[in-house]
Design a protein around this ligand. Structure first.
Ligand SMILES: *Cc1c(COP(=O)(O)O)cnc(C)c1O
Length: 402
């Protein structure tokens, strides 16, 4: 397949840079970005890469070169974005439960700001009035389906201001003269059904009628990518067509053009990523055969944290007999990557790869058990380049007072 790294390429990268190793394919990110641009080309649309999925500055620069903007959830992500070369107006700051100081810092940096609570709206309005246009994060209470832990639209979610609090929002906006230039919603990850988007869009239209200075509607993200063979990607071209019709219709009513904004994270960077590890131990017990690898949930937490499925392959013995294994890490804690997985026979020192490891992989890694974080490598124009050094022992002591 196009823009996919072969076993041979991954083995070569492992030999050159060692394991555990995160490898990212730049052209795959480009492919995904182009698919999105194409699907939504019927209407002025901007994409803000949700960089919490993968913040390596080389990835940010690559996305910038494609024409992407950036969605940030912390002031440090904003600063990384600026450092990567994004203009302040190409950055959207969508924090949750931060102190007003952090919002003020974002104003000073000149980025777009998304406010997600009534108290913050009030504080912002009292301080800035109409001098700094903002966006409001609405919770439309539409279920994205999929995993509850990564769904943010449900009624008891901490994200956004409830659609049921519209009166309150309006009161604050009126009394403090806030300039509302955008409305935002993000219903969570893994939307399988595009009707969820369209329903949420209708909700957002009904909210939009309360504000007359809007310039954009931000529909967040949730574009799904396939993790298992039978999984489907969100049908974005069909979404693009339907969205186009709906927004054109609404613009007539609203009397003004509105841009559509999206904040894809996983969709842009999940499939570009490969996590390569070595098998350390193959251990037969009375229950199963364990493969213990030189990594753990300290490097890839998604299986333990969200019950996520990552396809795994034995790339150094691809024609070995198929057997069933439980793949575990080396952390002193339950640390299972996969139960009862069919793999080509695994021998100690074989190289295994986890696919779809670009999003929320390295980014959620830690030093638990005083283990070192992996290196990151970018494959672009046919060559591998180290974009983050493997940690060394001294990194564990950095910042400690000894
Ligand atoms: C995490 C997040 C995203 C990206 O979600 P994905 O599922 O990775 O596409 C977009 N917007 C906001 C506000 C987020 O917090």
């Amino acid at each position: 397949m196009e823009n996919q790294l072969s076993n041979e390429q991954l083995i070569a990268a492992a030999q050159q840079f060692g394991t555990p190793l995160y490898v990212y394919h730049a052209e795959k990110i480009t492919e995904q970005y182009n698919k999105l641009s194409h699907a939504f080309s019927g209407h002025p649309t901007r994409f803000f890469y949700a960089c919490k999925a993968l913040t390596n500055i080389n990835i940010l620069k690559h996305l910038k070169s494609l024409g992407s903007s950036l969605d940030c959830v912390s002031i440090n992500e904003v600063k990384l974005g600026l450092k990567a070369g994004f203009e302040p107006k190409e950055i959207l700051f969508t924090p949750n439960c931060v102190a007003f100081d952090e919002i003020r810092e974002a104003v000073d940096l000149g980025v777009n700001i998304n406010i997600d609570s009534i108290s913050m709206l009030e504080q912002f309005g009292n301080y800035y009035g109409d001098t700094y246009p903002i966006c409001i994060r609405i919770n439309p209470h539409i279920e994205a389906g999929g995993n509850y832990k990564i769904s943010t639209g449900h009624i008891d979610s901490k994200f956004g201001i409830s659609i049921h609090q519209m009166r309150h929002i309006e009161r604050v906006v009126k009394t403090t003269k806030l300039h509302i230039q955008g409305l935002h919603m993000h219903t969570g990850s893994e939307i399988k059904d595009i009707n969820v988007f369209l329903q949420a869009l209708e909700v957002l239209f009904s909210v939009a009628e309360h504000f007359d200075r809007l310039e954009f509607l931000d529909l967040g993200s949730g574009f799904k990518v396939p993790y298992k063979e039978e999984d489907r990607e969100t049908d974005i071209s069909s979404l693009g067509q339907k969205l186009n019709i709906a927004i054109k219709e609404f613009e007539k009513e609203y009397g003004k053009p509105l841009e559509i904004w999206f904040e894809p994270g996983k969709y842009l960077v999940s499939e570009c990523g490969y996590f390569v590890v070595n098998a350390n131990v193959v251990k037969q017990t009375t229950a199963t055969v364990f493969v213990g690898v030189n990594s753990g949930f300290n490097h890839l937490i998604r299986p333990m944290f969200y019950d996520s499925y990552h396809k795994i392959a034995n790339i150094s013995n691809p024609s070995g007999a198929e057997r069933i294994y439980t793949v575990v890490g080396n952390i002193c804690e339950t640390d299972t990557f996969a139960w009862d997985r069919v793999l080509n026979e695994v021998r100690a020192e074989d190289l295994l790869v986890f696919y779809n490891a670009g999003a929320y992989g390295f980014e959620m890694s830690s030093n638990f058990n005083s283990r070192l974080k992996p290196a990151e490598v970018l494959f672009k124009d046919g060559t591998f380049t180290l974009i983050r050094k493997r940690e060394v022992f001294e990194d564990l002591l950095r910042g400690q007072v000894v």
